[in-house]
Design a binder for this molecule. Structure first.
Ligand SMILES: Nc1ncnc2c1ncn2[C@@H]1O[C@H](COP(=O)(O)OP(=O)(O)OP(=O)(O)O)[C@@H](O)[C@H]1O
Length: 949
């Protein structure tokens, strides 16, 4: 069963068979006008919509219509009756008549025709009118992509969700802002979607306008395409029908009227499709509309061999003649290779660029053959001719193929070098390109006398260097681009560079040396034509509409299109539109969907309609971010579950339940992360995302003024990262204070008990005492506790709280700068003890790197000085040993201290801006860390035994 049918409730099936069995309903697309009039009328009769245009109705049709009416389902017959007295305005008046039951329809039809139109509908029509206007304007704006817009995410194809979710961004006026606002078709899902003969709409081009009666746009588009019809975005001479259920005078309908395009209602379309269904299979062939494009493919079903044309240069006659079973090696070839164009003319699209490339290459010898002669080369460069060419464009559109074919055509030997093979910068000494370990292949190729000198004299030596993927160079390969440019300058052979992104930063300088040829994607029609040739050659039955869909899905990538087609051909010999859709539906499951989109959908007003597996897919699309975004935003949703409860109690209850679920999910999450219980992932998703979203989905609202009504990014990540940073800073401070030996408290104690006091001591002094005195006292204090300037900032930063004044408030800027100056001046040299490197039990070791950063220029010195011992430190620490004895931790600490102290180092630290750039190591000094300047900065009088916590 096709997808579209699954979406629809089969509410009525009456008369379907009757209609389909009548050959008279068979559309005749070959003669547009009469055909269209007939179907229009039919459709219109059965449509339950306001129809104001003369283009919909025609008295001429009445006789036929009556006959047709008898074949219509009872419901639609009633509709017809209603339209015999068209009262468009009444539709609005009868707005509230939703309670009319289908069984009453006939009766009501006689009295209030417009009411019958809405039978079975759950909604009134007045809204619809507005919606229609809105969407029609949207149509005109988004000409081609209008119908697709619903399925597209932010810049990406949203194939999987497209049909099931119904709509997406950009679906109505105002695009993003009106996300989810486009109204449903008034009789959505109430009509059975007919299934006609395959390709019954072949050769017909439709344009859809406005909201249809029961189908979403995408559904209508799918329906048409499935039956071989083509859907375009704007009305042109080629358009056969404007599919709309109401003429609201938009640009499309204006144009259609101008061009005399037939209007067709949704029901008309249904009739057309139903009518195409043959009573017996054989008669179908006779009645099938003649279509230039598709008929070829469909006829090929009968005698594929006889129908196969040979437009591809890649196919040899013998190849076609061979029966499928006889194909040997050829059949195992990738189609991309098998059908690789053999002549530049076979390349689809970009022919003018191919010609430019050809002309450039042809003229190269003439212009640059003597580039070795510096003078002449310079002159030639001045003429604006480039020695290299840069082909750019998205993958799989024929850049490499074009380059190789043009070379081949002009008798050049193409030497392909993948840029990644030779990116390292060559030794600058290698000018001559002599082979050797230091050279790279490019340098060698472009400078090789053997290649260049013989150019033009012998065909064999005409060479071209093709550098593929030049934009694929990594940051570390920048030398490669520079080298490439150098190679271009001295090259004696033409160089063709190929890249995907010409605007890549890495190629910024390269583009100045190259003739730029930007390849464009071939159109879907061009691709479909080519694919059709391949399909025929492979005896695959597929119609052009399906191939156009394939071309569109692969986004112009011919290589991918061929690969997909080949893959599908392995399991099927007839490929139709639905197969292509299905294939990409499966593929698209792996497609990236933004976590915001997933959350939008989960919290959306209609989220209640999502199936469980859809919800799981959405929440698992990014199992890390989706729960975080949900947690961040769930209280912003006014739950539709709460109904019209104004008290807010229901909402609070729902929020409480959601919060509980999120908390439960957190427990599961810990299991997953800590114990790698990945099998619990789905449980976690259910608890952290699905349940909260199910409880609270509805309309988002803002809770604070000025807040934007969009889902915020999860705050946890930012807060966690701030916490990590603060912990690191606190670690540093802790280590410094330990090193000062003024305290041996743990990190937490420092945070909880010391920080406020330290801050107070410093800031109060600065605030109250005279500048010089205050600065002097604070610097001394900082030195006593080994508090660096960064530590000072840490103390201030960690003491800031929302709603509390800044701890530095009230301190004059002049005092602050005086403090900085004084601190720096006093710190011309500062003793740093290797005590910084002590690992305390339970305390994370401070990375050497960070200490090196603190020490900055002296970082190296610390390491160098590791071998030097400070006797005094040993003495000091002998007492530690005593105290630490008896405990394992203590023993460890003791041994560490001993070993560290034996290596203790005093370094004279240069701080930035002191002017003295040399840092000296004072090894083996016995004095209490007396620095060269004679100022004891950090003393270590106390025993480290106190560090035991
Ligand atoms: N314009 C085209 N016309 C015909 N065939 C094409 C075209 N573009 C691509 N192909 C098919 O796709 C295959 C790959 O093409 P090619 O390597 O030239 O693409 P490309 O643009 O160089 O891609 P990439 O940037 O990934 O290197 C070809 O062998 C050919 O079969």
């Amino acid at each position: 069963m096709s997808d579209i049918r699954k979406w629809f409730m089969k509410t009525h099936d009456k008369g379907n068979n009757a209609a389909s069995s009548k050959p008279s309903n068979q559309p005749k697309p070959s003669s547009d006008k009469p055909q269209s009039e007939k179907t229009v009328a039919g459709g219109q009769e059965s449509s339950g919509r306001r129809i104001t245009s003369k283009y919909f109705n025609s008295n001429k049709q009445k006789g036929k219509d009556k006959k047709e009416m008898q074949e219509l389902p009872a419901k639609r017959k009633n509709m017809k009756d209603s339209e015999e007295i068209p009262e468009p305005k009444k539709i609005h008046e009868d707005d509230g008549d939703d309670s009319v039951l289908p069984t009453n329809k006939k009766k009501l039809a006689d009295t209030t025709p417009t009411k019958k139109l809405k039978s079975g509908s759950g909604r009134g029509l007045p809204q619809k009118s507005a919606v229609l206007e809105e969407s029609d304007e949207d149509d005109d704006k988004d000409a081609v992509s209008a119908a697709k817009s619903a399925g597209r995410g932010d810049g990406g194809r949203g194939a999987p969700g497209r049909s099931t979710s119904g709509r997406g961004r950009g679906g109505g006026r105002g695009g993003f802002m009106n996300f989810g606002e486009r109204k449903d078709p008034p009789h959505k899902g109430e009509k059975e979607v007919p299934e006609g003969a395959p390709d019954c709409l072949a050769g017909l081009t439709f344009v859809i306008s406005g909201t249809l009666d029961s189908l979403e746009r995408e559904e209508a588009e799918d329906l048409i395409k499935r039956h071989g019809g083509r859907v375009t975005g704007s009305v042109s001479k080629k358009t056969n029908y404007l599919l709309c259920d109401e003429d609201i005078g938009g640009r499309k309908s204006e144009k259609a009227k101008q061009l005399g395009t037939s209007f067709l209602t949704e029901d008309g379309l249904f009739d057309m499709i139903r009518g195409s269904k043959p009573a017996k299979a054989p008669s179908q062939e006779d009645k099938k509309p003649v279509n230039k494009a598709v008929a070829v493919a469909s006829q090929s079903k009968v005698s594929p061999k006889s129908q196969v044309k040979v437009p591809l240069s890649s196919r040899s006659p013998s190849n076609q003649a061979k029966p499928k079973t006889a194909t040997t090696v050829q059949s195992s070839l990738m189609w991309t290779e098998k059908y690789r164009p053999k002549d530049p003319k076979d390349i689809i699209g970009n022919q003018s660029l191919v010609l430019q490339l050809r002309n450039w290459l042809k003229a190269w010898n003439e212009h640059f053959l003597d580039t070795g002669n510096k003078k002449q080369g310079k002159k030639q460069n001045d003429s604006g001719l480039k020695k290299a060419v840069l082909l750019s464009g998205t993958p799989g559109i024929g850049k490499t193929t074009s380059a190789t074919l043009v070379c081949q055509e002009l008798g050049f030997q193409a030497i392909e070098v993948n840029a990644s093979d030779s990116r390292g910068k060559a030794d600058s000494k290698i000018e001559k390109g002599i082979s050797g370990s230091k050279t790279n292949s490019v340098k060698e190729l472009v400078t090789n006398e053997a290649i260049g000198i013989n150019m033009g004299r012998s065909k064999h030596y005409k060479s071209v260097l093709i550098m593929d993927e030049v934009d694929g160079m990594s940051a570390g390969d920048r030398g490669g681009v520079a080298d490439l440019i150098a190679s271009i300058k001295i090259s004696k052979i033409p160089i063709i560079c190929i890249c995907n992104d010409r605007y890549s930063q890495k190629l910024k300088s390269l583009v100045n040396y190259c003739l730029l040829l930007s390849f464009r994607k071939p159109t879907k029609q061009q691709m479909a034509k080519r694919l059709m040739d391949v399909a025929k050659a492979e005896r695959l039955q597929v119609n052009e509409i399906a191939l156009e869909e394939l071309a569109e899905r692969v986004n112009g990538d011919m290589r991918m299109a061929l690969n997909q087609l080949q893959y599908m051909s392995l399991s099927m010999s007839i490929i139709n539109y639905d197969d292509i859709r299905q294939r990409f539906l499966t593929n698209a499951k792996d497609e990236d969907i933004s976590p915001f989109t997933a959350v939008d959908k989960l919290f959306g007003f209609n989220a209640g309609k999502l199936k469980m597996d859809e919800r799981i897919n959405l929440s698992m699309s990014d199992p890390d971010l989706v729960p975080l975004i949900i947690q961040e935003n769930y209280i912003n949703y006014r739950p539709s579950m709460a109904g019209k409860d104004d008290s807010g109690i229901k909402r609070m209850n729902l929020i409480a339940r959601a919060a509980e679920s999120i908390a439960d999910g957190d427990i599961v999450n810990v299991q997953i992360r800590r114990y790698r219980q990945w099998q619990l992932s789905q449980t976690s998703s259910v608890a952290t995302s699905i349940i909260p979203a199910s409880l609270l989905h509805g309309q988002r609202e803002i809770l604070e003024q000025g807040e934007r009504n969009f889902n915020r990014f999860g705050g946890w990540l930012g807060k966690n990262s701030t916490m990590g940073k603060n912990l690191r800073l606190l670690d540093d401070l802790h280590v410094h204070i330990l090193a000062s030996r003024e305290s041996s408290s743990g990190r937490d104690t420092i945070r909880m008990e010391y920080l406020t006091l330290l801050l107070k001591q410093m800031t109060e002094t600065l605030r109250t005492l005279p500048k010089a005195e205050a600065v002097q006292q604070v610097v001394e204090f900082m030195n006593t506790y080994s508090i660096s300037q960064e530590d000072f900032d840490t103390i201030v930063e960690l003491s800031k709280f929302k709603g509390h004044p800044n701890p530095l408030d009230g301190i004059q800027p002049a005092v602050k700068s005086a403090l900085t100056k004084e601190y720096k001046e006093q710190s011309t040299s500062r003793v740093v003890r290797v005590a910084d490197l002590i690992t305390l039990p339970g305390v994370k070791k401070v990375p050497k790197k960070r200490i090196a950063a603190i020490l900055e220029p002296a970082g190296e010195e610390v390491e160098k000085g590791e071998g030097d011992a400070l006797d005094e430190s040993e003495e000091e620490n002998s007492s530690d040993t005593e105290e630490l004895e008896g405990t394992t931790k203590g023993e460890k600490l003791q041994s560490e201290l001993q070993s560290l102290n034996s290596k203790a180092t005093q370094v004279q630290l240069e701080l930035k801006g002191t002017g003295n750039s040399s840092s000296k190591k004072t090894s083996g000094g016995r004095g209490k860390g007396v620095s060269v300047s004679g100022k004891k900065v950090a003393q270590a009088p106390k025993t480290t035994a106190k560090r035991k916590r």
